[in-house]
Design a protein around this ligand. Structure first.
Ligand code: AMP
Length: 122
């Protein structure tokens, strides 16, 4: 299956500097910034700079340098936000059933409160 990337998505605009963001970390291949509608005291989005729609697209087509940079960026955000002590959650929504709102790969780093069970119906 091919992945069609829409370069008008809001994270593409953030990467081009067309709209502002609250940056937590920037690396060669990745950007981490605060979610505009935080669902926990810590809610950081980590995205690759490359044009990848979702996690499986990235896993299949990204270079090893991009993948290493991205995974390390998530780890560095966790360290910077101090999430390890009390626990945290990593979420990546994809596609229609995953209810992905922005079609540029992102993981949500959530922490700072009890996040409840992983899934609820509805
Ligand atoms: P998802 O449903 O996984 O695609 O999540 C998209 C996330 O992007 C949501 O949590 C939104 O609150 C967040 N979001 C949308 N626009 C922006 C923006 N301009 N800056 C930061 N976060 C955003």
């Amino acid at each position: 299956m091919g992945y069609a990337y829409d370069d008008q998505n809001i994270f593409a605009k953030i990467l081009r500097g067309e709209i502002p963001n609250s940056t937590v970390l920037e690396t060669e291949h990745s950007l981490a910034f605060r979610d505009i509608r935080p669902q926990a005291p810590t809610h950081v989005l980590v995205i690759p700079k490359g044009a990848y729609v979702c996690f499986d697209h990235f896993a299949q087509e990204a270079t090893e340098a991009e993948i290493v940079d991205y995974v390390r960026a998530v780890g560095d955000v966790c360290k910077m936000e101090g999430v390890a002590e009390n626990g945290w959650r990593l979420i990546s929504n994809a596609g229609e059933n995953g209810v992905q709102e922005v079609p540029h790969l992102h993981v949500h780093v959530l922490a700072g409160r009890n996040l409840g069970r992983m899934l609820s119906r509805g």
